[in-house]
Design a protein around this ligand. Structure first.
Ligand code: NAD
Length: 434
């Protein structure tokens, strides 16, 4: 809240002290009664919001919205719930940690769905949608379970799906549950910068033009630090397509620069020079062009495969090529490592990005699979692992011992702590950025 004293001079030459009070989220409302009298009232509209799933998406949205609303975060994992209630972040994210520790947040976490969904205006769904290779589709069972629970317990609530879903899923749910109160709103955050990306969103997209859809967009805008955010209200199926096409474009860009690098590596050319020359075209741009072992992480591998599945009866080439290019790239990396004839390959970090705290679907794991198929001995250095053995490979606690053991050290990204062994590093990290 801010209070600004202002002095006005009235037409009768009198001075008037006016206090301008600005309360975030407050609004001045006007209504006319049956006799035509105007009534003004001032209201701070706090919403009651439940969020199912306290991972990267759920927790960042919970913290974001708890600045101005009452938020109940629900998870099936009691440890996560306990940590959030102690104002500790279960995931590595500087801004979430800072906000939990220092900001006034109206936030509680629970494992009890009955408590969470009671009396809430909105339920945000942020549960996992893993890709199932058997069905070649996302497994949306957690999202469906949340929708069923909410519809049974609090049919008044509007459900906002933030989990990434197949194109057409929300419309299907609206038919199944006979309600329009299910809206898809894609999430664009990056892991490790989840809350930052919601405080400064690239855009807000809501898959409906209804009143609750506008209200939800207002809540996101109110909580953000960035002003003048592009807000789009589109059809729910279009919103789902936006999410999958955006992630598939990012995957394509990674795959493109990786394939450029494969070409340069095989022909003994400088990838750095080629990428620099290519990226000087402003339509291409000098960003998101650092070669890697492949795109990875929780989202890009599964979202590209889901979009490919959505294309099954539609003529296409590019979408499938993006998926295939990633496997080809990982195999190429393994082939190049094998050509060095190593006795022991040391994998430096299983993570994708420099500051990541997880290694879900990291591309280096694809490279490891190929190396092991070739019979190469692989050992690992990964401080995020507490076990001594990971899928049959020795995990070193001591970085020095690890460096001694391996004659080739494979690193998707090179950091300070391995610059003393550059002579035995195999990496395609050319620009020291993600
Ligand atoms: N991670 C990202 O960068 C990102 C970005 C955009 C969209 N998404 C999408 O958002 C969704 C969630 O991703 P995430 O990375 O936050 O996942 P996550 O795995 O980090 O978190 C999911 C959480 O949901 C909980 N959960 C599982 N089933 C539940 C249930 N029935 N009720 C309540 N909680 C339940 C899990 O315990 C976990 O804490 C996915 O669909 C993902 O594709 C993720």
């Amino acid at each position: 809240m801010s209070i600004t004293p202002t002095i006005y001079k009235t037409p009768s030459e009198r001075y008037l002290l006016v206090l301008v009070v600005v309360i975030p989220g407050a609004a001045l409302y006007n209504w006319s009664d049956e006799e035509g009298n105007n009534h003004w009232f001032f209201s701070v509209q706090r919403m009651k919001i439940a969020i199912a799933g306290t991972g990267y998406v759920g927790l960042s949205n919970a913290v974001l919205l708890a600045q101005h609303n009452t938020v109940v975060a629900l998870d099936i994992m009691p440890d996560k719930v306990a940590m959030i209630n102690q104002r500790q972040s279960p995931i590595a994210d500087d801004t979430i940690e800072e906000y939990l520790a220092t900001k006034k947040l109206d936030l509680i976490a629970t494992t009890n769905a009955d408590v969470a969904y009671q009396d809430v205006d909105f339920v945000i769904v942020a549960t996992p949608t893993n890709y199932d290779p058997e069905t070649q589709h996302f497994d949306t069972s957690t999202v469906q379970a949340v929708i069923a629970d909410v519809r049974a317990q609090n049919p008044r609530a509007t459900i906002i799906i933030k989990s990434t879903v197949p194109v057409g899923f929300t419309e299907e749910m609206r038919k199944t549950f006979k309600t329009r109160k299910i809206i898809f709103s894609p999430e664009f955050l990056r892991e490790g910068k989840a809350l930052h990306d919601n405080l400064y969103p690239s855009r807000i997209i809501v898959g409906s033009d209804s009143k609750p859809a506008h209200r939800f967009a207002e809540l996101l805008q109110q909580a953000a630090i960035k002003r003048d955010i592009d807000v789009l209200f589109v059809d729910s199926t279009e919103a789902e397509a936006i999410k999958l096409f955006a992630n598939t474009y990012l995957a394509m860009r990674v795959a493109y620069f990786n394939e450029l690098d494969t070409y340069a590596e095989i022909h003994g050319l400088s990838t750095k020079q080629i990428v620099h020359g290519v990226s000087l075209d402003p339509r291409i741009g000098d960003y998101y062009n650092n070669p890697s072992f492949g795109y990875g992480g929780y989202c890009l591998p599964k979202d590209t495969k889901q979009l490919q599945a959505n294309f099954h009866d539609i003529p296409h080439n590019v979408i499938s090529a993006i998926v295939e290019a990633n496997t080809t790239r990982m195999k190429h990396i393994a082939d190049m490592i094998q050509m060095l004839k190593p006795k022991v390959v040391g994998i430096y970090r299983l993570t994708m990005k420099m500051d990541s705290d997880n290694f879900r679907q990291s591309s280096i794991q694809g490279v490891i699979s190929f190396l092991r198929e070739y019979g190469v001995k692989v050992v690992i250095y990964e401080p995020a692992l507490t076990v001594a053995n990971f899928e049959g490979m020795a995990v070193y606690k001591s970085l020095d011992e690890f460096k001694e053991q391996a004659d080739v050290v494979v690193a998707n990204r090179i950091t300070e702590e391995i610059t003393d062994i550059t002579h035995k590093i195999y990496s395609r990290d050319l620009f020291s950025r993600d």
